[in-house]
Ligand binder design. Structure first.
Ligand code: MF3
Ligand code: CO
Length: 257
């Protein structure tokens, strides 16, 4: 069952999402060569607590940090470490979630560390744009797999691949609610989208094979071929008209590369 949210619930999720969005926007200024992935997590945690919200990931199934910070071939769920120093040319995905009065937000961006090569830039851009392709179908006239299909189409047209083993999800009073939202599939299937559905749509896009593996730390997901991966996620509300993004600041796209 997909839980439809009331206006009051969506308002709380918007407040949760505003903090997540602000953190992700500010990270474009913080992330540079020489800082550690733990520095990123410290900033994320400090800021969430400053706004009197709860880091959604910390303690979730035992996850030890407030952000997931995944470098280069790491796809998602990278554990921040003071020993992982970001280097010029790396790309790094940061995933952040907040809880505000019982309601969740969840979003991610992929950042360049200093100057990056053209292929890495193209990977980041395609990943973000594939999200917006999916968003075009986040309306009450479409079905869930229309979103999935649009994401896959864009990614594969650009010569990259879509991760199969991890998916987007409904979100609300839990981080993960129904439905699961694959980033691939044939159009016209699955539930009809309905106003009040809140969805975390999150393409994970690989340079090479779509296959991934989980490291012995039981969290970090890496590409099977060691090539790079990017991630982009927002919490989205289906409405009668245009979908609403709860985790993007107005104009923040202009800071994104
Ligand atoms: N955005 C991720 C998700 O959707 C983050 C959860 S990972 C964990 O599922 F760290 F919280 F476990
Ligand atoms: Co998510």
């Amino acid at each position: 069952m997909i839980i439809i949210k009331s206006h009051e619930e969506i308002q709380l999720m918007r407040e949760a999402g505003a903090v997540t969005a602000q953190i992700l926007a500010h990270l474009f200024q913080i992330i540079r060569p020489g800082i550690t992935t733990k520095d990123v997590d410290d900033y994320v945690e400090r800021t969430i607590l400053k706004y009197k919200m709860i880091p959604a990931f910390k303690g979730y199934n035992g996850y030890p940090a407030s952000a997931c910070v995944s470098v280069n071939q790491q796809v998602v769920h990278g554990i921040p470490s003071k020993n992982r120093i970001l280097q010029e040319g790396d790309i790094v995905s940061v995933d952040v979630g907040t809880i505000h009065r019982g309601y969740y937000s969840d979003a991610a961006r992929t950042y360049p560390v200093g100057e990056i090569d053209e292929e890495a830039q193209r990977l980041i851009t395609t990943t973000r744009e594939s999200f917006y392709e999916g968003l075009k179908f986040c309306r009450s006239c479409y079905r869930l797999s229309d979103v999935s299909h649009a994401i896959q189409k864009r990614v594969e047209e650009d010569g990259f691949s879509v991760v199969r083993d991890f998916v987007g999800h409904g979100i609300g009073r839990s981080m993960h609610e129904e439905p699961q939202i694959p980033n691939y599939g044939s159009p016209g299937r699955g539930p009809k989208l309905t106003p009040g559905m809140v969805l975390a749509i999150e393409p994970m896009v690989n340079e090479g094979t779509y296959q991934v593996a989980v490291l012995p730390d039981n969290w970090t997901v890496e590409t099977a071929d060691g090539k790079r991966s990017a991630h982009y996620e927002n919490t989205v509300v289906v409405t009668e008209n245009e979908p609403m993004l709860l985790t993007r600041l107005d104009g923040s796209e202009s800071m994104e590369v």
